[in-house]
Design a protein around this ligand. Structure first.
Ligand code: IPE
Ligand code: IPE
Ligand code: MG
Length: 245
C-alpha cells in the first residue's frame, strides 16, 4: 500500500468561499456567514498543525472584494480586527508564523498596525507558515514582482536581460515557502478569482461543494487524500515519473 504521508502536501492554499450562501440558507445576514467562517478558519489551522503541513495560505479578502456593499466590507474589517486581537497570542503559542500577503497599505492604520504586530511577534516561529491573503490579487502579485525586478535593474544590481522565470520567482509573495502543492476552493465555484496565479502553475486543484463555514478537518482530509492519489507529471510521461506505462 502506498504510504500516504509521502504524498502529504507541503503547501496548501484555500479559497474560502460560500459564507454568504451559508448565511442565506439560514435566512441570516451575510455577516453571520463570515463569522461562522472564522470558526472554520481556526479548525483548519489546527488540523494543518496536527498533520504537519508546512504552509497554509488562506484567501480572506480579494482586491476585488472592496466592490461589495460598504456595510459588508466594514463588517469584514471589524471581524478581521477582532480576530487578530483574539487569535494571535494563541497561534503564537502553537508556533504558527503569521504573514499577511497583499497590498496592506489600503487598510486602516489600526488594522495595519495589528497585522504588522502579529507578523513581527510570530516571525521566529517554524511550525506552520500561515499566510493570510488580504487585499490580494494574483495580478497584483505579478505586477509587484515585476516592479521589484525592474527596480533592481535600475539600481544596477541585475541586468534586465537576466530577468528570467527563476529570478522573477524570487520576488513573489510566497517565494521563500515550499511550492504550492494543493489548491482547494470551497463553495462549489470552479474558478481561481485572481488568487495565486503564478504559484498555481503546477498545483493540484480540488473543488469542494461544501460551503466554507461547514468545511472541517474531515473535508480537508478528503482533499489531501484526493491530492495523494494524483500523479504529478510536470510535463513528463507517467513512466518517467515512476507510474505505469
Ligand atoms: C467568501 O465567502 C468570503 C469572502 C469573499 C470575504 P462569500 O462572501 O464570497 O460567500 P458567497 O460566495 O457569497 O456564498
Ligand atoms: C474569492 O471569492 C475571494 C475570497 C474567498 C476571499 P469571491 O466570492 O470574491 O469570488 P467570486 O466573486 O465568486 O469570483
Ligand atoms: Mg463568494
Amino acid at each position: 500500500m502506498e504510504n500516504s504521508t509521502n504524498k502529504l502536501p507541503r503547501h496548501i492554499a484555500i479559497v474560502m468561499d460560500g459564507n454568504g450562501r451559508w448565511a442565506k440558507q439560514r435566512h441570516r445576514p451575510r455577516t453571520f456567514g463570515h463569522r461562522a467562517g472564522q470558526k472554520a478558519v481556526r479548525a483548519i489551522i489546527e488540523a494543518c498543525l496536527r498533520r504537519g503541513i508546512e504552509a497554509l495560505t488562506l484567501f480572506a479578502f480579494s482586491s476585488e472584494n472592496w466592490k461589495r456593499p460598504q456595510d459588508e466590507v466594514g463588517a469584514l474589517m471589524e471581524l478581521f480586527l477582532k480576530a487578530l486581537d483574539r487569535e494571535v497570542n494563541e497561534l503564537h503559542g502553537y508556533g504558527v508564523r503569521i504573514r499577511f500577503v497583499g497590498e496592506l497599505a489600503a487598510f486602516a492604520p489600526a488594522l495595519r498596525e495589528r497585522m504588522y504586530a502579529a507578523m513581527e511577534k510570530t516571525a521566529g516561529n517554524a511550525k506552520l507558515a500561515l499566510n493570510i491573503a488580504v487585499n490580494y490579487g494574483g495580478r497584483w502579485d505579478i505586477a509587484q514582482a515585476a516592479r521589484q525586478a525592474a527596480q533592481a535593474a535600475v539600481r544596477g544590481e541585475i541586468d534586465a536581460t537576466q530577468i528570467d522565470e527563476a529570478r522573477l520567482a524570487g520576488y513573489f509573495s510566497l517565494a521563500d515557502l515550499p511550492p504550492l502543492d494543493l489548491f482547494i476552493r470551497t463553495g462549489g465555484e470552479k474558478r481561481v478569482s485572481n488568487f495565486l496565479l503564478w504559484q498555481l502553475a503546477y498545483a493540484e486543484l480540488v473543488f469542494s461543494e461544501t460551503l466554507w463555514p461547514d468545511f472541517d478537518a474531515a473535508h480537508l482530509d478528503a482533499a489531501i487524500a484526493d491530492f495523494a492519489g494524483r500523479e504529478r507529471r510536470y510535463g513528463k510521461t507517467s513512466a518517467q515519473v515512476g507510474g505505469g506505462t
